[in-house]
Design a protein around this ligand. Sequence first.
Ligand code: AMP
Length: 431
Amino acid sequence: MTFRELGLVDPILKALEKEGYKNPTPIQEQSIPILLKGKDLLGCAQTGTGKTAAFGIPILQNIYLDEHRGKGQRKIKALVVTPTRELAIQIGDSFTKYGKFTGLRNTVIFGGVKQRAQTDALRRGVDILVATPGRLLDLIDQGFISLKHIEYFVLDEADHMLDMGFIHAIRKIIDKIPEKRQSLFFSATMPPSIVKLSGKILGEPEKVTIRPQQATADRVEQAVYFVSKKSKPKLLEHILEHQDEDEQGNLGATLVFSRTKYGADKIVKKLRRSEISADAIHGNKSQGQRQRTLGKFKNGETRVLVATDIAARGIDVSGLAYVINYDLPNVPETYVHRIGRTGRANASGLALSFCNLDERPYLRDIQKLISQKIPVITDHQYVDEREDDDPPVPVKKQSARRNHKSRSNNSNGGSNNNPRRKKRNTWRKKR
Ligand code: AMP
């Protein structure tokens, strides 16, 4: 299937070609025809599947082809609501990329920064607005935004919206948009609260499920280290120091998850002391700092980014080689979101988790959710020796050794003939 076969117009095809997109991802292949027909959509898919283009492209095309699009002041016709500023910025960038040759304009609004630049952009007129809920309601109350002309409404990462307590804000927003509209609803997981919310927003939607509910990204290879809390810093350093280089001598970009902001700063300090370039991204950092940090990580200046879950939403770095769960999350779905940061659209990745004795129950919950036993790397010097009532199933000796040295638990991981490594190297080179 090609993008042309999906019936896309030339200006969009040209933009996709410029982006180097050859074929639609499964969610794009399934969603684009539904959305071009104007139907509502309920998408069960996580970030990393290409879902932004899956909803962005048809919205751009539908607005572009709308004959009634007046010549006067632009009115906001599409609204995308998303939980975090990083995600909002990323979605805005995607609209800019895919809509480059359509003449349509978008802008992004989010809290935590002065509103002036945002209200200036709104005054100049936009067709598509990407927003986080709080700032959106704030600017509506101040009279800078009217949602009266919305024809396309997207609620993105609905499960995170609820986790972050945005339910009332969402209800208020829905009350302000016209009933006659096309609605799109995306969520990585579909617990009953989300199904209920989707019922309030959607008419009779078509459903697209890209990953079965609660499944882990297939392409992501996973492993866990049993390690005491005290030894986690040393293990992290050890892994980073033994990461494989690609053919150009580059080391993989690594995203490390910490449960707390304080913990994230501490990890960064320790890594820097060992001369590993690292930075932290979390809610205590200003928006400017977060953007700068992310920029440096994306262009390869910083090798390790240490993030808390909230701050990491929306981080999309092509070529992210590793995700390391320095702390295991107590909400198993969070694990799925975290490891989805690697193994993006056309790439493979590796997710390593550190698990101390207190975190074993979290590991059990995660394994239950993903219906998989995560292989345990036993052959390392920081093993947590204490007894556990659920002893791990170790990976094979050979592969465990390999795992410890590098990062793969493929049994022939050390060989240059390893197809997986070749694949990863080619992909890393693209960064
Ligand atoms: P998303 O799930 O929207 O966050 O997209 C994940 C990543 O996949 C982003 O870096 C996109 O630029 C990339 N992407 C989306 N669609 C395609 C495609 N058809 N071909 C290649 N890359 C894509």
